[in-house]
Every structure is written in structure tokens, then in C-alpha cells.
Design a protein around this ligand. Sequence first.
Ligand code: GN1
Ligand code: MG
Length: 354
Amino acid sequence: MELTNDWSIKVDQLLKSFDINGSVKDHKPILTGLIQNTYEVTTDDSGERKPYILQKVNTRVFKNPHEVMSNIKVVGEHLEQSGYDKLILKAIPVRNDSSTLLHFEDEYWRLYPKYENAVSVKKPEDENMAFEAAYTFGEYSKYLADLDANLLYETIPDFHNTPLRLTHLKRSIVGAKDIRLKEAKSVLNDIPKFEALLTYYAEMQNQLRPVHYDTKISNVLLDPETYKGVCVIDLDTLMPGMLAYDYGDMVRTMAASFDEEHVDISDVRIIPLFLHAIQNGFLDGLDDSIVESERESLNYGAALLVFEQAVRFLNDYLQNDIYYPISYENQNLRRAENQMMLLKDFIDLVIPDL
Ligand code: GN1
Ligand code: MG
């Protein structure tokens, strides 16, 4: 790599600050996540090319990045001791330091090895892939079931507190621009129809256990041939929470005919074949670590999660896009409408008498 611009020089300095050999050959942004800034960096270590994932932690969202890294360490050690046989996501230490978090120019950076021979996809190619991805998340939760949840920080307080998300939305309505309220009128009118789901949220509060809390399919690396899970990634929101919400993120990202960015919302629906594959995969992976009340809450919890995602996008729209990055006007509104469409189809299918 030629150090021809400030950014390349910075990447080089960042990589030199971690405990690895080799020098930077190449780097490029990875644009799949919405919150963290992620780059793939390739080094040359005595003729051998090694890929890494370099990330700047978004401290507006994760206010205490040390707590995030602590959770990743605690979970990794627990999995190792429990005989978990998949790859375990581990951050690379800072050079001459026990920490894995680099404080650099008032920013926080971390580095992971990039696992080769494994793929991250945006949607499942077939139901077998959906099954395997869901199995891998289920099995992950099974291995974390006996981890003391008190050892984990709540990296984003009230992250999946759906009633509070709704309160925030209602507060935003008061301060929102007229034009945005007008554009959002139809989806705002739909919100009260789903508020009945909140009674199930209250019922689930005695089920807290360590969960991943961002189980989109792109957060599990898969073997490109067998689709078997290789490694669960993006552990930033791993904290005590509700299993059904992990199921919900899988419904959103693995059972939907189109992802949350799809703007022609009449195309958006649940694919039952994929939904069944996810449910079977998740339950098989969880094995006997899921209790009856959790099993009963899967559909309601998943509906709550999809509802919450719609509320979050809508709230951000009414707050003039301060949380989720956008590339065109009204993108957060389109995302909210998309998720509402998915929610309606999911409810028609699994809880028609809501
Ligand atoms: C965010 O950054 P990313 O894409 O992993 C968000 C999730 C949302 C998702 C919607 C910390 O995840 O909760 O479901 O966007 N993560 C945070 O795409 O807010
Ligand atoms: Mg994430």
C-alpha cells in the first residue's frame, strides 16, 4: 500500500498499534452494518497475506466501549471453557497492553482476525441456509445459558425496551417537523393497532438470559459449501435479554422476501418455508436450554421485535435521522413502512387473532 493519503497513513498507524506482525497492503470499507465503521485490512507478513477487520466503535451508540470489549472477553472465555466447538470471536490486543481497545485521536478502535473460508450473507439462499444460521444462533445461546448474566454489562441501556421505544416515538411526534408528520401519517396511524403486543413484553421480563440481540443473518459466518455455522460475530449488543427477540431479528432478516431497505413494500412478506426453517433451526440449536415460557413467547416476542424496529426507524425519521445513516431523503420512513408490512404479514400468519 502506498501511503498516499491521510486515511491510508492512519490505517497504517492503527494497525501498527495492535499486537500483530506484517504491514498494511490494502484496505477497504465494509458497508453492511449501520452503526460501526468497519474496514477490511490486508497485511503482508513475510510474504503471507492476512486479512483483518478493523472497526471504529461508535461511542455515540456504545457510550462505554470498555464494557463492550469486556462482554466479548467474558463470553469468549465462557464458551472456551464450555467446549463450544465453533470459532469464537476474539479481538486482538493492543501492542504492549492487555486491552483490546485502542484509544487513538479521541476515537476507539479494535481489530479482529477476518476468518477466511466463511461467508456473511444478507439473506439466505435457501431454507437449509436459514436453518443452519438459526441453529448456530440457537446453539450459541445454549452455551451461554449457564453464564452468570451479572457478569455482562448492558452495553446499551434499554436497548430492546419496546414500551420505552414507543414512548420515545410519541415524544418525537410532539417535536417533529410538519412535513415529516404528514409523510409518516399512514404508518403512524398503524402504530396503535399493535400496542396490544406490549402486554406480552411485560410477561417476558422474568426470562432474561445472555442473548446476542442482533441476530441478523449477516452476523453469523457460514461455510460456503455446507452453510454450517462457522462463527457468530458482532457481539456488541450481547447482554441479558429475551430469547424471543433474537428469534425476531431472524424473522426480520431470514424469513422476509426482501430486506429492510426494499422500498416497494407491497413485495415484502414472510416466506413460510424460511420461517419454519428458522424456527426448527433455532429450537434444535437451543436443545433443552429453552424453557416452556420462552417457547410460548417466540411468536409474540418476534412480533414485538419487528414492531420495535419499525418504531425505531420511524422515531429516527421524526428526529431528522440522527441515529441510522441514510443515503436518500425519507429512507428511515421507507424502512419503517417496510418493517410494518413485514409485521402485518407475520401476525396474519402466526397470531391472526391478535
Ligand atoms: C443496527 O449496525 P447494525 O446494522 O449491526 C442496530 C440494530 C438494528 C439494525 C437495523 C446497536 O445494527 O439494532 O436492528 O441496525 N444496532 C444498534 O438494520 O442500534
Ligand atoms: Mg449490529
